[in-house]
Design a protein around this ligand. Structure first.
Ligand code: T3D
Length: 266
């Protein structure tokens, strides 16, 4: 993929490792390009049934590389943050949410700015106990982005969301778990084995049902109960017609573990 990112595919799992450890994996345009290419590969590969996103070194991701912005200012230019959101960050968050496979984020260290909110855009967030989540934006005169102003109040309520965003105070992983922001904080040494275990289970799961479940939960935020019930009916119709559903029922009745293929049809 390039030097800024490691990309591996094995046993139905794609692992993406942001790889600029000296800069806490901050996003440059080149890193964005490589990540977009990795997501293209994942979307086009039906054998991939789960995605693991993590960072190299002691940090997960420190958001936008501010050195890149400083270089623009040094050359007499101005920072125009809206452009980066339109070109890179917003498409990335949309792709993570719409990807028809579960995305597990293993937050191995500090996740700041866009890095924090990209982690929160993944389906399941595991974090090392030493990790923290920092809405760093206000400290440099910016507003939270990458969906932070949408997800934080929904998961934490407005009081905690406002305080985190306005102060930029780090939220340690254990508190993030206690507050319901992430799935689980785990011992640092156990992070990657837990994340791999989860991804291996997803790679053997009924992929279509998981993709439909992911969509149902996302769409519920904007729906009333009646609309959501209709959407569940349509999604259940689709799920129930997959070979994995037939296999799941047969395996249950046969008292044996199911063998799911993740396919839509035969
Ligand atoms: O214009 C647009 O694109 C709009 C979109 C914006 C999206 C955003 O993400 S805005 C927010 C940008 N991110 C930040 O403001 C976070 C900046 N970083 C920090 O506040 C701290 O580094 C951390 C709290 C994340 C971690 O602190 P600490 O003490 O553990 O590490 P450190 O010493 O500050 O950083 C280690 C190295 O990484 C250091 O480099 P050096 O001095 O050893 O060569 C530091 O400069 C570098 N680094 C950390 N964050 C960034 C970075 N370099 C470039 N950009 C960064 N964001």
């Amino acid at each position: 993929m390039g030097d800024n990112l490691l990309f591996e595919r094995a046993d139905g799992v794609a692992t993406i490792t942001l790889n600029r450890p000296d800069k806490l994996n901050a996003f440059t345009t080149e890193l964005h390009r490589e990540l977009a290419a990795a997501l293209d590969a994942i979307e086009g590969d039906g054998s991939i049934r789960a995605v693991l996103l993590t960072g190299a070194g002691r940090g997960f991701c420190a958001g936008q590389d501010l050195g890149e912005r400083a270089a623009v200012m040094a050359a007499g230019g101005k920072i125009e943050g809206g452009k980066a959101l339109e070109t890179w960050y917003n498409p990335l968050v949309r792709r993570l949410r719409r990807l028809e496979k579960p995305v597990v984020c293993a937050v191995n260290g500090v996740a700041a700015g866009a890095g924090a909110n990209i982690a929160l855009a993944c389906d399941i967030v595991l974090a090392a106990r030493s990790a923290s989540f920092v809405q760093a934006f206000a400290k440099i005169g910016l507003v939270p982005d990458c969906g932070g102003t949408w997800i934080l109040p929904r998961l934490l309520g407005p009081a905690r969301a406002r305080a985190l965003a306005l102060t930029g105070e780090p939220l340690p992983a254990e508190k993030a778990e206690a507050w319901g922001l992430i799935w689980r904080a785990v011992d640092d040494a156990a992070l990657m084995s837990e994340a791999h275990g989860l991804c291996a289970a997803f790679a053997a799961a009924p992929t279509v049902a998981l993709a439909l479940t992911k969509r149902l939960i996302d769409e519920s935020w904007g729906n009333d109960l009646d609309t959501q019930l209709d959407l569940e009916r349509e999604s259940q119709r689709e799920a129930s017609l997959t070979p994995d559903c037939a296999e799941g029922v047969r395996a249950f009745l046969g008292k044996r573990p199911p063998v799911f293929t993740g396919r839509r049809g035969l």
